[in-house]
Design a protein around this ligand. Structure first.
Ligand SMILES: Cc1cc2nc3c(=O)[nH]c(=O)nc-3n(C[C@H](O)[C@H](O)[C@H](O)COP(=O)(O)O)c2cc1C
Length: 164
């Protein structure tokens, strides 16, 4: 039998795990761009090079996104803090004002990130109210930009004061 937890409290417990913040993007066959903020990103495998992130089934873009053959994961730097709420919001165009270039498969790429992974969709795994999307990394870049860090529902300045 499924354990019965208080959802808010469980979310709070999950949120104690500090993560980076990514924006995941793709393009649909009709040219429509999709992008959303995701902190469920993780590196998975070196050979083949795989990454994963989790998409909530009930999200608006879900059905279209899982059909896409390519997607890109952008690891945000601290200087891109504004993009995290923007790509989780209900504004008509989340890409408005974002400096873009075109990547593999026509996927929109956000410039000037801490890292970018251009992926071919490798597999999807059913996982409760989310689906895990695995991508094979076809191309990537990274920079020295300090990372944006998410913890307990807020953004951390990083690095914090050094430990003694
Ligand atoms: C910091 C942060 C991390 C998030 N991580 C995820 C995530 O890993 N997976 C997910 O499905 N939604 C995540 N979300 C929520 C989505 O960005 C948001 O629900 C978005 O509206 C989903 O896009 P869609 O409804 O247009 O498909 C996150 C939001 C924030 C602010």
């Amino acid at each position: 039998m499924e354990p019965c937890f208080d959802a808010r409290d469980l979310r709070k417990a999950f949120g104690r795990f500090a993560t980076g913040v990514t924006v995941v993007t793709t393009v649909l066959p009709d040219g429509q761009r999709i992008g959303l903020t995701a902190n469920s990103f993780t590196s998975v495998s070196m050979s083949p090079p795989l990454v994963s992130w989790n998409y909530r089934r009930e999200a608006l873009g879900f059905a279209a996104f899982v059909q896409a053959q390519h997607f890109a994961v952008h690891v945000l730097g601290q200087h891109q803090l504004h993009l995290s709420p923007q790509f989780a919001s209900s504004v008509p165009d989340r890409f408005h004002g974002v400096d873009l270039e075109t990547g593999l498969g026509g996927v929109p790429l956000i410039k000037d990130c801490a890292a970018t992974f251009e992926c071919r969709q490798w597999a999807t795994v059913e996982a409760g109210d989310h689906v895990i999307l695995l991508g094979e990394v076809l191309r990537y870049m990274h920079s020295e930009a300090p990372p944006l860090v998410f913890h307990a529902g807020g953004y951390l300045q990083w690095p914090q004061a050094q430990c003694a």
